[in-house]
Design a protein around this ligand. Structure first.
Ligand SMILES: Nc1nc2c(ncn2[C@@H]2O[C@H](COP(=O)(O)OP(=O)(O)O)[C@@H](O)[C@H]2O)c(=O)[nH]1
Ligand SMILES: [Mg+2]
Length: 425
């Protein structure tokens, strides 16, 4: 093991980890040795999953690390670099090995649970080696006797392994696009239950220093929408430069500022505790209109563009709003149609240079940030992109009536509206 933090890290949100930094969990008096963590938890998610489900899996892993640390070992969560996401299709953009600091405020994440970027792990670890990869899977036999129980067992791998041995006996795999990364051991683990169900396995059966959970989405939330869930969710503060771009856009195009909208924000999430209903929001309707793969199957809970625009117009009238901000992943053809149907809509359209800077993930965050500040919001059924906007508005203190709304399919009969998950402090 080498000493950590030899490299100073500068993140786009302006904050910097000094060369000697060991994070907020570093204990004074330990000298350089104190920089080393005893145990590293790495993870990855099923490749087809999108950005916003991955944000949800982070919450589950943060919860697991908290459980692991309760037993005394100094576990740290290694943030899986972003990249190769199916939806990030902007041409000519190099969108892999993106550190979390480009999208989120690292200091904010660290105020919740110890986290480090993958490249810091390599530095601390003395190389791109992971001791043990546990590929999570369900049970081949399903639920026995149709009864749900929490359990975890080492089992033969059910699916074909996404790792293969090189000529030196190391396992090679995707590893977020870090080709040099190797694993010393790969085994499969059948797991059924909440994230912390595997804590005993990691504490007792595995002696490795670095453990990676692949297919981490297999594990469920320890306590969905509980206090710990919300603490982690609140700590996922967007990177400052993205919030600034969103705020500038709000003020320039939507007549919206934190002062007039009663949406004061503190970078220090531990001090954010907006009174429910205190946020007024900017004088515009916020819309998240999910298209692409959501319409391909002609899902009955997703409207036609005509249907969506009809609903948008009626909401603008009802809430006396003359501006509408639209976030959407519609393709070119649909976008043309949408512009015809709703010529006065406001959209965030980054220049080529801005897109290069923020990447598709940053633009998605800016869209979410602007929707989160609208007087009234309507999203798309079962879209995690919309769900994350709900949460952001819950943190800002919006009345739930202005948040938990979704479009209905053109012929949908019972159009159940999204659940209100009340914030817990
Ligand atoms: N910029 C932007 N991107 C979007 C929007 N809607 C969807 N996307 C992209 O498509 C992806 C959707 O995948 P995901 O995050 O898994 O959300 P879900 O599939 O809607 O549950 C996002 O991560 C974005 O990359 C939008 O309104 N604006
Ligand atoms: Mg998705």
């Amino acid at each position: 093991h080498s000493v950590c933090g030899l490299v100073a890290h500068k993140f786009q949100d302006g904050h910097q980890l000094p060369a000697s930094n060991c994070g907020s969990w570093w204990r004074p008096g330990q000298g350089a040795e104190g920089c080393l963590h005893a145990k590293y938890l790495l993870y990855d998610v099923n490749p087809p999953e999108g950005f916003n489900l991955r944000r949800d899996v982070y919450i589950r892993m943060a919860s697991l690390v908290k459980t692991l640390r309760k037993e005394g070992d100094d576990w740290v969560l290694v943030l899986p670099p972003w990249g190769r996401l199916y939806h990030w299709q902007s041409p000519n953009l190099h969108q892999i090995r993106i550190p979390w600091g480009e999208f989120f405020s690292l200091t904010s994440l660290q105020a919740n649970v110890p986290v480090i970027e993958y490249e810091e792990f390599i530095a601390e670890n003395g190389g791109p080696f992971i001791d043990h990869v546990l590929v999570l899977q369900n049970y081949a036999e399903g639920w026995t006797d149709g009864k749900w129980e929490e359990k975890v067992d080492e089992r033969p791998c059910i699916e074909k392994l996404m790792y293969s041995k090189d000529k030196h006996g190391y396992y090679r795999g995707w590893f977020w696009g870090y080709e040099e990364t190797r694993a010393r051991n790969v085994t499969c683990l059948s797991a059924q239950g909440h994230a912390s169900v595997i804590a005993p396995v990691l504490q007792k059966n595995i002696t490795a220093t670095s453990v990676m959970l692949d297919r981490a989405e297999t594990l469920l939330h320890d306590h969905y929408a509980g206090k710990d869930y919300w603490n982690t969710r609140r700590s996922m503060v967007f990177a400052k430069h993205l919030r600034l771009i969103g705020d500038n856009f709000r003020s320039r195009h939507l007549n919206s500022t934190d002062e007039t909208d009663h949406t004061p924000y503190s970078e220090d999430w531990t001090r954010m505790k907006a009174k429910p209903g205190s946020a007024k929001g900017g004088p515009y309707l916020g819309v998240h209109l999910r298209r692409k793969d959501f319409i391909w199957g002609h899902r009955e809970d997703v409207p036609s563009l005509k249907g969506a625009v009809k609903k948008i117009r009626s909401l603008m009238k009802k809430h006396k709003l003359d501006k509408v901000f639209v976030a959407t992943d519609a393709d070119d053809e649909e976008m043309k149609e949408l512009k015809k149907l709703l010529p006065d809509m406001v959209r965030f359209e980054p220049s080529t240079e801005d897109l290069e800077l923020f990447k598709d993930g940053g633009v998605a965050i800016i869209d979410q940030w602007i929707c989160a500040h609208a007087r009234f919001f309507i999203g798309t059924s079962v879209s995690t992109f919309s769900f994350r906007i709900h949460e952001e508005r819950e943190i800002l203190g919006f009345d739930p009536k202005t948040t938990y709304n979704r479009f209905c399919g053109d012929t949908e009969k019972e159009c159940e509206q999204p659940t209100h998950w009340k914030i817990v402090y």
